[in-house]
Design a protein. Structure first.
Length: 384
């Protein structure tokens, strides 16, 4: 199996275009309409992607032919699809009316007719630019970004979504627990990565979203992925892996290993600082604190130890039907964390040309605390 990287389009089995049974479509669409009303927007337009799957449960393929969900501020939502895609949408059990368009018809004119006399419409953040401009020509209405509206809904996970994230976390934990089967000196990062990718599927994911195996100096690059670099005895190795389950929810967990020997003493000092920072962030994060405060508490520990300039990224990102979504755990985000919010806690320290380390857990705010879904050890794992 090839390693699927962050920049590779995920392969989707046509026969698996089913409605996600976690979805309460009516409730989600009603909440979306309330958000539209609160912001003075007449309609929301959503094309294939995580927002469409969230609102309808339909995992539509991102084709050159237009598929577009139209959610009016009042009344019934409508899914506009190519006529040849209608059977797939119907077979998936989509619960809103479906309107098909034929090859010689203008789908943007059809969307315009469904939208009606709207004066202000929101378009999803991931809509292709060509479609944004075509809709601008077809609909005489002000366009605004719809992403913030849907993100506010998606940020607070429902109980079934929380369960799905726990299952995804347990599945990726099983892969990390098997790391000793593949990760050893003398093998290349690419060889190890291929084994990990197969295990991600074997342990309960539907797709492999990314595999990072960053050994020795490559560990100083947070998104290194894999290379033909041969892992040397004593090398620290950052392993950051994730996939998506059949339920449509993502995993993402990083652990740092040392293989086949004793690492540089400086690395051990660095890792002790990192472990303390990540633990402090886990203990601090809970409903009622701000997203940026979680970043600040760990960043101060790392900076006080002299590694402040080596922590080059934010502490975390939200996770759900996408690996990266709201809320972002970063300086400047004053959002107050709330029950149901799911996010990573992943500080890292990177010394260019030498090595790096990262510890990452997915955590979910409960009513009164934090549920960390990844349960593998945080201390440095030494492998033969």
């Amino acid at each position: 199996m090839p390693i699927v990287t962050r920049t590779t389009l995920r392969q989707v089995d046509r026969c698996d275009q089913r409605v996600d049974r976690l979805v309460n479509v009516t409730d989600r669409l009603v909440r979306a309409q309330r958000a539209l009303a609160d912001h003075g927007i007449d309609a929301l337009l959503v094309t294939p992607g995580a927002d469409l799957r969230y609102l309808t449960g339909y995992h539509a393929l991102p084709l050159e032919r237009l598929t577009c969900l139209v959610v009016p501020v009042t009344g019934e939502a409508t899914l506009v699809v190519p006529e040849l895609e209608r059977p797939a949408a119907e077979a998936a059990g989509v619960e809103v009316p479906i309107v098909g368009w034929r090859e010689t018809e203008d789908p943007f004119a059809l969307v315009s007719s469904v939208v009606g006399a709207a004066e202000r419409i929101a378009v999803d953040d991931h809509m292709w630019a060509s479609r944004v401009f075509a809709l601008r020509q077809a609909i005489a209405a002000e366009q605004v970004l719809g992403g913030p509206l849907v993100a506010a809904l998606r940020m607070r996970k429902e109980p079934a979504e929380v369960d799905a994230l726990r299952e995804a976390g347990a599945a990726i934990d099983r892969v990390h627990r098997r790391m000793g089967e593949w990760l050893r000196a003398g093998r290349t990062e690419r060889e190890v990565g291929a084994d990990i990718a197969r295990a991600i599927i074997d342990e309960g994911h539907e797709t492999v979203d990314f595999v990072i195996v960053a050994s020795g100096p490559n560990g100083a690059s947070p998104h290194h992925e894999v290379s033909d670099h041969v892992i040397e005895p004593g090398d620290p190795v950052v392993v950051d892996i994730g996939g998506t389950t059949a339920a449509g929810y993502c995993s993402d967990s990083t652990r740092t290993y040392v293989v086949g020997g004793e690492p540089d003493p400086e690395f051990l000092r660095l890792y002790a600082v990192l472990e303390a920072a990540q633990q402090a962030q886990r203990e601090h994060a809970r409903p009622g604190v701000t997203a940026e405060s979680v970043d600040q508490i760990g960043r101060k520990i790392i900076a006080d130890a002299g590694y402040g300039e080596a922590f080059v990224h934010r502490t975390g990102h939200g996770i759900g039907q996408e690996t990266h979504e709201e809320p972002y755990i970063v300086e400047g985000n004053t959002l107050t964390l709330d029950a149901g919010m799911a996010f990573s806690i992943e500080p890292g320290i990177y010394l260019p040309g030498r090595f790096g380390a990262r510890i990452e857990d997915i955590a979910i705010c409960t009513l009164d605390g934090l549920d960390v879904v990844n349960r593998t050890p945080h201390e440095l794992v030494r492998l033969p």
